[in-house]
Design a protein around this ligand. Structure first.
Ligand code: PLP
Length: 471
């Protein structure tokens, strides 16, 4: 792209584009990175610079960019029809995809409702849960979520993932949700790693601590369920990994025990696998890690391999059945979106699922994750990496928490020290894109990332973390 064309785009961006989760005044003080194209694991900017896509274009890219099979799936579908509604009719790829997802999903999730974003998938899940009880003659309006949860930014999902810092202006809109203690190993107040230990031990490796944090969180959830007995429509969890909270990995056994508590208290379990689904944890769905069968499952992000916006909310036959009846009963789920079941998105989703099988991508993801874990072991060297306080990984969801030496993660520290952004900026200058969550550096590469690109991604991030505080 020539200089004047780039300048034109920057001016237009600064004049008109309002970016998500972005402090816009500060954004306009800098030249934006404008991506013009991509190839495999690389994004290519307006100047032709190449960057490894270390965040999978916000946690959704699976097989890389411009994958011929996926490109062709979109082109083939374009030759048939780009969009047609699912209100009053069906279409070929969405029908096939519904059946394929029902077969793949954990448990008996036989009914698939399509939408177009993670937030719409979770929003719908809440309505399915509350509506299910309503149609069974019960007024159950309480949703129980886990502290720090993130389920999207529509009003319902914002209510469930409420954050006092982010959502203050919207207080009059949000509904009340009960939040149960998160089983957060690193930020729990009683986690005090020995500061003098020569080798760092991560929070997840203190067995007593892991058991105590899990049991405390479960006791609190049990208490919440008991306190709202007969009123709880559903418990909603991000299975095994709470992504946006900072890649918080739940202790083993927690998810299965949450499912057990839902049964004990006769309520529904909603699994939000928008981030964890489609292989991220090394299994197709994180629920499989603990053999959990949710009543409702939310999918998004990686569903199309990261190509097009699509989401799905899956439910059991029993849940859907509650919304059926005679017309005058008005049990119908009066809910929908214009682009529900978009054929282009469904076609590429089917092609992405084919690629999982053809490339044995889940096995490969587990091997890649093992390799990354070995590399990140180097971060235990306290002298070399004094800022590294915790490393959390499940499959290819990785968070490296940075805390200035002498401070602890539980107490927090000066928020103006934007360590995560410092690392991201330095990595970008070296051809690697990562995006932090606060002071947690997140690595979330495409599952099919090429070995050399992965090596460059990990080495760049590790070496920038080593330089922290030294320049
Ligand atoms: N649920 C979870 C667990 C997520 O991580 C996200 C996004 O990061 C969402 C829901 C919202 O997805 P979307 O941004 O597509 O609305």
């Amino acid at each position: 792209m020539n200089h004047s064309e780039k300048k034109r785009l920057i001016e237009l961006d600064h004049a008109h584009a309002w970016h998500p989760f972005t402090p816009m005044r500060q954004w306009r003080q800098n030249e934006p990175l404008i991506i013009e194209s991509a190839e495999g694991d690389h994004l290519i900017d307006a100047d032709g610079n190449r960057y490894i896509d270390g965040v999978s274009s916000l946690w959704c890219n699976i097989h890389g960019h411009r994958v011929p099979t996926l490109d062709n799936a979109v082109r083939d579908q374009l030759d048939r029809v780009a969009h047609t509604t699912m209100l009053g009719m069906s279409n070929v790829p969405a029908t096939d995809l519904a059946a394929r997802l029902a077969a793949l999903a954990p448990g008996k999730l036989n009914k698939v409702f399509f939408s177009d974003a993670g937030a719409t998938a979770t929003e719908l899940a809440f309505k399915m849960a509350v509506g299910y009880w309503f149609h069974r003659g019960q007024q159950r309006n309480t949703l129980i979520a886990i502290e720090g949860a993130y389920h999207g930014d529509t009003v319902g999902s914002m209510s469930v993932g409420y954050s006092a810092t982010f959502h203050k202006p919207f207080d009059p809109l949000v509904f009340t949700v009960t939040h149960a203690t998160a089983p957060d190993l690193f930020h729990s107040p009683d986690f005090t790693p020995d500061p003098n230990a020569p080798r760092r031990q991560w929070a997840a490796e203190h067995d007593d601590h892991v058991a105590r944090v899990r049991e405390d969180a479960l006791t609190d959830l049990d208490r919440c369920l008991t306190a709202a007995a007969g009123k709880v429509a559903a418990v909603i969890v991000e299975p095994v990994v709470q992504g946006a909270a900072g890649i918080i990995i739940h202790p083993p056994g927690y998810l299965a025990a949450v499912a057990g508590l839902c049964k004990k208290h006769d309520t529904l379990l909603i699994a939000d696998e928008v981030a964890t689904g489609f292989g991220r944890t090394g299994r197709m769905f994180a629920c499989e890690l603990e053999d959990v069968h949710p009543d409702i499952l939310c999918l998004g992000k990686g569903i199309t391999g990261g190509y097009l916006p699509l989401a799905a909310t899956l439910a059991t036959d029993e849940i859907e059945d509650a919304f059926t009846g005679e017309l005058h009963e008005h049990r119908t789920l009066y809910h929908g979106h214009t682009y529900t079941g978009n054929p282009l998105a469904a076609a590429v989703a089917l092609a992405s699922l084919d690629l999982f099988e053809q490339n044995d991508l889940l096995t490969r993801t587990r091997q890649t994750a093992d390799w990354v874990a070995q590399q990140l072991d180097a971060l235990r060297d306290r002298d070399r990496y004094p800022y590294v306080a915790d490393v959390r990984q499940r499959g290819l969801m990785i968070g490296i928490e940075l805390v200035p030496p002498g401070q602890t993660g539980a107490t927090g520290f000066d928020p103006s020290r934007r360590l995560g952004y410092d690392i991201a900026d330095a990595c970008r200058a070296r051809g690697v894109i990562v995006r932090p969550l606060g002071n947690v550096v997140v690595l979330m590469p495409p599952l099919a990332i090429d070995e050399n690109n992965l090596k460059q991604l990990v080495e760049t991030v590790v070496s920038e973390i080593e330089h922290l505080g030294r320049s």
